[in-house]
Design a protein around this ligand. Structure first.
Ligand SMILES: Cc1ncc(COP(=O)(O)O)c(C=O)c1O
Length: 460
């Protein structure tokens, strides 16, 4: 909003005063945000914030303002050349044929589900340990989500459980299932049996799709996902809201998260690795028909203006956000490397400490980015240790967050599904024991050290 006001004054003032006016207002704005507030949360400023947009803005300020000015001068503010350019750049970067700028990651998911023809009577497997929109998009289309548990190492959907469920439903037996981690096989079988009972699943059940999430920026095993997609003929919507740039190695080459889904989505929420200064999202697909359908759904269901083939949405991406994203996109790889450096330093400092059950680090073998560290989420041995760490963080002004404090299968809005506490034990445990530590590309080494030392003071 403030940027828009600046832009407005900029346009109406005399050309000679413009630069001066712009400079002064910018200074005032940056000082305001830097000193008193964070732009996203609106919280009182932390000594070490969980995330800080203002440091990034200081570095790209003129590029950003120039791009906004270009849009405003053009007079084309919605779905114009900047959106198209961004679509083409991201599609090339990810190696996915089509990309479509939309109003948010949430809208991208709602459109993706609809475009795949998923509706009433259909079931969609997903994770309960994710942001709400991953599952609400299913219900918004009249279908039903099936929550399975997550893998305790990656925090991502447990594909052993998915395999067991699909085999159990479609073959009536768990025999011959390709389970990768057999260590906790009995627990997984119990979970899957319980889920089958909750939904009354039988060979007549219509499990249409799966929505895996590359949570916190960690790529799911794409080769395994693709194999399951072919084996069980289910559709896959990859939720890449947190994973832009994350990769996997398969078929002798490096591919990005998003590349095996029938449809994949991104979010450009401001805190994301590629974030707008407002809302935004993207839909990607390699299928021309799906692309055309999503394109139509983005603008009310009209292929031709004012002629509606179906009921769609107002889900367009605006030009100012696309122009800003275009500027930021030029820096994405550098920012990802900076995140990785911070994650490595955290690991070096934290791995020697007691009280920590798991750190999220994944090696980038052969420089393949298996994790882009959208969040750095640590699991403590107990919820009591987490409580103590949070208390000291609060006293010291260190930012933190819990992603996610209540898994989706236990949310009130999903009570009707019939889950109860204990049904998905790994997700439930993680929601009580994990903590997201500050991470953003401009974070300084001393800050990482201070966060780690503070944890050390509590747990030692
Ligand atoms: C995993 C996941 N899916 C979907 C979304 C929804 O994206 P948006 O906030 O852009 O609507 C988010 C954003 O927070 C997310 O983290």
């Amino acid at each position: 909003m403030i940027l828009k006001i600046i832009a407005f004054y900029f346009i109406i003032s005399k050309p000679t005063n413009r630069l001066h006016l712009l400079e002064k207002m910018l200074q005032a704005e940056v000082i305001y945000y830097s000193v008193y507030k964070t732009t996203v949360a609106g919280e009182d400023r932390m000594k070490i914030p969980l995330f800080d947009l203002t440091r990034q803005y200081e570095k790209i300020r003129f590029e950003v303002l120039e791009s906004i000015d270009e849009v405003l001068k053009s007079g084309r503010v919605i779905l114009g050349p900047h959106v198209e350019k961004l679509e083409s750049e991201i599609s090339k970067y990810l190696g996915i044929e089509y990309a479509l700028g939309v109003s948010s990651g949430t809208d991208a998911l709602v459109i993706a589900v609809k475009a795949l023809g998923i509706g009433p009577g259909d079931l969609v497997i997903t994770t309960p340990y994710t942001f709400f929109a991953t599952a609400s998009c299913v219900v918004r289309n009249g279908a039903t989500p099936i929550f399975l548990d997550v893998d305790e190492k990656s925090y991502n959907l447990d594909l052993d459980e998915v395999e067991l469920l699909l085999a159990g439903v479609y073959r009536g037996s768990f025999e011959g299932c390709e389970v990768e981690n057999s260590k906790d096989l009995n627990r997984k079988i119990e979970t899957v049996k319980r889920v089958m009972e909750i939904y009354g699943l039988s060979t007549r059940s219509r499990i249409k799709a799966m929505i895996p999430v590359h949570l916190f920026g960690r790529t799911m095993p794409l080769d395994r996902l693709r194999k399951m997609k072919d084996k069980y003929r289910i559709k896959i919507i990859e939720d890449c809201a947190q994973s832009i740039g994350s990769q996997w190695f398969m078929d002798g080459k490096v591919v990005h998260s998003g590349s095996i889904g029938d449809i994949s989505i991104l979010s450009f929420f401001p805190t994301k690795n590629l974030g707008a200064y407002g809302d935004g999202g993207m839909i990607m697909t390699g299928n021309a028909e799906l692309y055309q359908r999503c394109r139509k759904l983005r603008v009310h269901g009209a292929e031709k203006k004012y002629f509606y083939d179906e009921i769609g949405y107002n889900a367009r991406l605006d030009e100012i956000q696309a122009a800003i994203l275009g500027v930021k996109f030029r820096h994405i790889d550098k920012w990802t490397y900076q995140r990785k450096k911070i994650a490595d330093l955290y690991e070096k400092l934290l791995r020697v400490l007691p009280g920590i059950k798991r750190l999220p680090n994944v090696e980038w073998r052969n420089n393949v980015k298996y994790h882009v560290y959208h969040q750095y989420v640590v699991e403590f041995e107990t919820s009591e240790i987490r409580e103590k760490v949070m208390k000291v963080f609060q006293e010291k002004g260190i930012g933190f967050s819990i992603y996610y404090p209540l898994p989706l299968h236990l949310q009130r809005c999903f009570e009707y599904l019939g889950y109860k506490k204990g049904d998905l034990p790994v997700s439930e445990r993680l929601s009580e024991t994990t903590l997201a530590l500050p991470i953003f590309p401009e974070m300084r080494d001393e800050e990482v050290m201070e966060v780690a030392n503070t944890i050390g003071e509590v747990v030692r």
